[in-house]
Design a protein around this ligand. Structure first.
Ligand SMILES: C[S@@+](CC[C@H](N)C(=O)[O-])C[C@H]1O[C@@H](n2cnc3c(N)ncnc32)[C@H](O)[C@@H]1O
Length: 234
């Protein structure tokens, strides 16, 4: 992963913040030894450097369903789901290297075979995914980037939602949660402005008995502070 990152830095660049704390030699070793077995980065990069003339990437066909989580953080939700549903594939995309190392360590330790990882910026990864090939997409509490001058760093933009919409097999398959009311309102505006392309959506406050309530570190932080969690389904 690290040599590919040096050779093709564009695909691993994330504008906005320092991606990683210092990474320990143990984690570097783990990534060097195992990452390529569990990633499709080479196909994603080939797709882009061929100026998109080659086919989109091949997603393994032997799973019942294909799920993607973007920005999985420490990977808690990804690992839990992959372990509970071994017949489904879970693709996890995260620019934070320590998050990748954490999930990789769990994959190796627990012999989990239905996770594919990517440290590539999701904008590039998603573009390489074939149309109508994904069953569910999860984006759990993306960074809200509250200051106006930082809005362009937000993960949820029209371009992202349009790409997500192109790769899902059917409507009502994209789940986005946030605890930020301003971000929720901005996403609502964005979806309303592009209803002709994206179609309808729902947004509601998550309750304690909802499947996606309290399932990640950032969600629990918000709950502890007395915040609400909003869920979009597109
Ligand atoms: C606020 S954290 C939430 C982490 C986790 N989902 C949770 O709820 O605990 C957002 C995560 O998204 C990742 N991220 C942001 N933009 C990304 C992108 N374009 N591609 C992949 N990961 C991204 C960040 O590195 C960060 O770990």
């Amino acid at each position: 992963m690290f040599s590919r990152k040096n050779n093709y830095p564009t695909f691993y660049t994330y504008h906005g913040r320092k991606i990683s704390k210092k990474i320990s030699p143990l984690k570097v070793n783990l990534i060097n030894k195992f990452y390529d077995q569990y990633s499709l980065d080479e196909s994603v990069i080939n797709y882009h450097i061929s100026k998109k003339n080659c086919k989109k990437i091949n997603i393994p066909k032997y799973y019942n369903k294909v799920n993607i989580e973007i920005g999985f953080g420490n990977g808690e939700f990804l690992i839990k789901n992959a372990t509970a549903k071994p017949e489904e594939l879970f693709i996890g995309i995260e620019v934070y290297v320590n998050g990748i190392a954490r999930v990789l360590s769990s994959i190796v330790e627990n012999k989990i075979s239905n996770i594919i990882l990517s440290n590539i910026n999701s904008f590039y990864f998603l573009e390489a995914i074939p149309f109508k090939s994904v069953d569910k997409i999860f984006i759990i509490n993306p960074d809200p980037w509250i200051k106006k001058r930082h809005h362009r760093r937000r993960l949820i933009s029209y371009a992202t939602v349009k790409t997500l919409y192109e790769i899902i097999k059917s409507k009502n398959s994209i789940y986005i949660t946030t605890d930020s009311e301003p971000y929720m309102n901005d996403i609502k505006d964005l979806l309303n402005d592009h209803k002709n392309v994206i179609g309808g959506y729902t947004v509601r406050i998550l309750m304690e008995n909802d499947d996606l309530y309290g399932i990640s570190k950032y969600q629990r932080k918000a709950i502890e502070k007395g915040g609400k969690l909003y869920q979009f389904l597109i």
